[in-house]
Design a protein around this ligand. Structure first.
Ligand code: UDP
Ligand code: MG
Length: 360
């Protein structure tokens, strides 16, 4: 059995030495061959040189280098595109997804599950704000978007080969891998674990990146926000109509009606705000439809180490594909030019049979 481990990395120079100490030692104990596929998501520190050095020493270490930062979800996609394993595990490089769990994940896979998910029962090293917003996000997602999304399950998962092949078919731009997995309805089991703090370095998710991911998760699986706008719009319109009826009544029959400047301003602001928000939401969805219609590649690869181009079955854009190294050096392998005098019909030394050559 071949186990592929997919590790997206972005500026992880501090944690990689610890990862290379722990991960291979754990994998040695599992009875299978393995490959480590690192996706360098446009790192600007020494991440790439550390990975290249590891790949030079051990050809089970493979590196895909993105041309720029495309984000963790795109990096996971690339890893799944190039993984050759019978089972593929996606995990963070910062040791927050404990490699010690791999053994039991593989056991569950051998029992016949297509997906082995991991659920965080506790989270160390995270602020209270992050814990509260994360649990609010998961319960919102489950209730409002898709009840199949198990709470507190991140991207640390094992996929069978069949599951990987199914996921590869999804090429949408705005990706939320956990949502795709839930949507597919694969045979899934869940292992619970206590999530430790980062082994080194800092989180690569800024609050803005987190909000973007949360919005991608919601908008790519639900048009519920648009419906909410519609309902709010209907409610506001109904309220507006009733208020207008009252205003006409007051103007006609209530003599002490003061010119309602403040209420006018309030309503004006409220309604304008609501309609602008609704238009903005629709605009965002239209923008996302526009992005999908362009069908751009999900990531662009710069170069790679220990990767075979034949491994990629999809529309992968590659600036320096592995084959190009052979092309660049092709002059070294070019057949020598055969010069012969005019009229000489004898075969050239390169064209002669081996026996002939030896005799000559
Ligand atoms: N990561 C990535 N691209 C990004 C951000 C993060 O490849 O734009 C990687 C990162 O190097 C790590 C994993 O995704 O291996 C999870 O990121 P992080 O630990 O920062 O997220 P957190 O655990 O804080 O949610
Ligand atoms: Mg982390």
């Amino acid at each position: 059995m071949l186990l592929s481990i997919v590790l997206p990395v972005y500026n992880e120079q501090e944690v990689l030495p610890a990862l290379f100490q722990v991960l291979p030692a754990v994998l040695k104990k599992i009875d299978c061959d393995y490959e480590l596929i690192f996706i360098d998501d446009g790192s600007r520190d020494a991440t790439r040189s550390i990975l290249n050095a590891a790949a030079e020493q051990d050809n089970r270490v493979k590196v895909l280098g993105f041309s720029r930062n495309f984000g963790q979800q795109a990096a996971i996609t690339a890893g799944l595109d190039f993984a050759n394993g019978d089972a593929v595990v996606v995990m963070d490089a910062d040791l927050q997804d404990p490699p010690e769990l791999l053994e039991s994940m593989v056991e569950q896979f051998k029992q016949g599950f297509d997906v082995v998910s991991t659920q965080r029962i506790a989270r160390d090293g995270e602020s209270i704000f992050k814990k509260v917003t994360a649990s609010a996000f998961y319960s919102f997602m489950q209730k409002a978007v898709d009840e199949r999304l198990p709470p507190q399950c991140g991207d640390f998962r094992l996929f069978s080969r069949g599951a990987v092949q199914a996921i590869r078919k999804f090429r949408e731009q705005h990706r939320f891998m956990r949502g795709l997995v839930a949507w597919l309805g694969l045979r899934e089991t869940i292992i619970r674990f206590h999530r430790p703090a980062r082994a080194a370095g800092e989180t690569k998710y800024t609050p803005i990146k987190l909000v973007k991911l949360a919005w991608t998760a919601i908008s790519s699986f639900s048009a519920m926000p648009l419906k909410a706008c519609l309902y709010a719009g209907i409610l506001l319109t109904a309220f507006g109509v009733s208020y207008s009826v009252y205003a006409v009544y007051a103007a006609l029959f209530v003599p002490s009606t003061a010119p309602g400047w403040s209420s006018l301003v309030c309503f004006q602001l409220l309604f304008n705000g609501a309609s602008l928000t609704a238009v903005g939401l629709v605009g965002d969805y239209v923008g996302r439809i526009y992005d999908e219609s362009k069908q751009r590649p999900l990531y662009v690869l710069g170069d790679s180490v220990n990767i075979q181009a034949s491994g990629c079955a999809h529309r992968v854009v590659w600036i320096n594909p592995p084959d190009s190294h052979a092309d660049q050096n092709s002059h070294l392998f070019r057949k020598p030019q055969l010069h012969r005098a005019s009229g000489d019909t004898r075969p050239n030394s390169e064209e002669r049979q081996p026996q002939e050559r030896r005799a000559a």
